[in-house]
Write a protein that binds this ligand. Structure first.
Ligand code: C2E
Ligand code: CA
Ligand code: CA
Length: 454
């Protein structure tokens, strides 16, 4: 597999001293990086340089698909493109530290300037032509630490850059993340939450709250979304925004989603036993599940144990999953399998990011949840038209529409007038513990109409 980009970069001669040469790329290794940093640090001004890291994502896929030898050629290619971007006159340099991880020492400390340079590198890297990888783009976890104390050990600066690179989900927040002191505080908290996770699963400190979805046509409660709350006996209530992104990064989210799903099955099964009306409940499904081809079997087994009728559980998949080029086919297959297993599927957070209408054509979802951000500025006529067109399009495709995060009656009225199917938002209710939700359900029977048409 020959790798050349448009600038026709090939491998340059190795450094003189063997101890400082990475045999794989023929360029600098970690020892050389440290040595060159120490040489430069003597004359460095605080904030004058930045240590950055670029960690190749999904590199395993290259090795698995093409073999180690070809994988090594890819790494050499990446190194040499990065090296071309180093300004030797400013003392800049790059090294491969281990496996698929590269460190850079760049002049300057301006965040935007460094981000732009790293973006240029990624763009240059992805300008390659290779018939074995048509349309493939390399992506990286990128982190950086501006050198405020040139006397610090290089290992500390590298650790900080790496910490920064790992602190965000690159699918949600692409680009370089910069280290600062608050990150250390954040990471300490994350460490603590990680430590508490298993005990909390065992003690049932995670609780499932239900938020009503109200049908605008039927004027009745038509469904609910299950949202997890972590109520720790010592820490108090911990909100999803503090732990979901963390557990998505380290994979614990899969266990948590299974837990929430099981709790939802338990609730539905109880409603059935108590002769209560059963309404469909949706659960959030993290993108992490899709790394395991057979993940749905586990969910189907649990639903089977609780005898959940078909159509009573829906999976909400967040919009960004549909844009992951590595997973598109898996997502398509999974949606088909969900339907075979009697689950519905909804496209969550529609409009929060890329918002492609093409998604509705490509993926066989049963409903879309229009994100709260759609409704934050409804004053202009264009905003209203966009929502009306979207609802209309979805209707033609027989996809239901749910408007999420609605807080006022004017918007409810507008949504009703354009034929939106359901509303979920504080205007009706916040997410509630199961027993409070059941009380609300009973109290709403017959009276919700006057709420919708005040
Ligand atoms: P989401 O799936 O988009 O859930 C809707 C979020 O909007 C919920 O926040 C809900 O409380 C909030 N919300 C609902 N109505 C309103 C409103 O009228 N105004 C405002 N300002 N907010 C409203 P929550 O419960 O904090 O959950 C945040 C996110 O955490 C969820 O966003 C979802 O992505 C994730 N999440 C929650 N539970 C789970 C879970 O069990 N598994 C997974 N994978 N993710 C979960
Ligand atoms: Ca959701
Ligand atoms: Ca949502």
């Amino acid at each position: 597999m020959a790798f050349r980009n448009r600038k026709n970069i090939t491998i340059r001669m190795p450094l003189e001293r063997l101890a400082f040469v990475d045999p794989l790329t023929g360029g600098a290794n970690q020892a050389a990086f440290g040595l060159r940093y120490r040489e430069l640090a003597g004359s460095m001004k605080p904030g004058g340089y930045t240590i950055a890291v670029m960690d190749v994502r999904h590199f395993k896929m290259i090795n698995e698909r093409f073999g180690i030898h070809e994988g090594n050629q890819v790494l050499a290619y990446l190194y040499h493109v990065m090296e071309r971007h180093m300004r030797a006159e400013d003392g800049e340099f790059v090294a491969r530290s281990e496996s698929d991880c590269f460190f850079l020492c760049l002049k300057g400390g301006g965040h935007q300037e460094i981000r732009d340079r790293m973006d240029d590198m990624v763009q240059d890297i992805n300008s390659f032509c290779n018939p074995d990888l048509p349309g493939y783009t390399f992506s990286f976890r990128q982190g950086a630490c501006v050198v405020e104390e040139p006397g610090l050990e290089i290992a500390i600066l590298q650790d900080r850059a790496r910490l920064a690179s790992q602190s965000r989900n690159p699918d949600l927040e692409p680009g370089c993340v910069f280290y600062d002191d608050s990150l250390t505080v954040e990471l300490k908290m994350e460490e603590e939450l990680n430590g508490l996770f298993q005990g909390s699963i065992e003690n049932h400190d995670f609780q499932v709250y239900l938020q009503p979805k109200v049908g605008l046509e039927s004027r009745a409660l038509e469904g609910a979304e299950a949202l997890v709350r972590w109520i720790h006996p010592k820490r108090g209530v911990i909100y999803p925004s503090d732990f979901i992104p963390l557990f998505e990064r380290n994979g614990k989210i899969c266990k948590l989603d299974i837990y929430v799903f099981t709790e939802v099955c338990r609730i539905i099964s109880r409603w059935e036993k108590e002769g209560k009306e059963i309404i469909p409940v949706s659960v959030n499904l993290s993108r992490q599940h899709f790394t395991d081809e057979d993940f749905l079997d586990r969910f189907a087994d649990i639903a089977g144990q609780y005898h959940i009728p078909a159509g009573m559980i829906e999976f909400e998949l967040t919009e960004s999953i549909f844009f992951d080029s590595h997973q598109i086919q898996r997502v398509r297959d999974a949606i088909q399998r969900m339907h075979e297993l009697g689950f519905a599927c909804s496209l969550d957070d529609f409009g929060s990011g890329f918002s492609s209408l093409g998604l509705l054509k490509e993926f066989d979802v049963d409903s879309i949840k229009m994100d709260r951000s759609f409704f934050l500025n409804m004053s202009g006529p264009k905003a209203r038209e966009v929502i009306a067109c979207l609802v209309d399009l979805a209707k033609r495709l027989k996809v239901k529409t749910v408007a999420e995060g609605i807080e006022d009656w004017d918007t409810v009225e507008y949504l009703k007038s354009i034929g939106c199917n359901m509303v979920q938002g504080y205007v009706f209710s916040k997410p509630l513990p199961a027993d409070a939700f059941e009380r609300l359900h009973i109290s709403w029977t017959g009276s919700i109409e006057c709420n919708i048409n005040p």
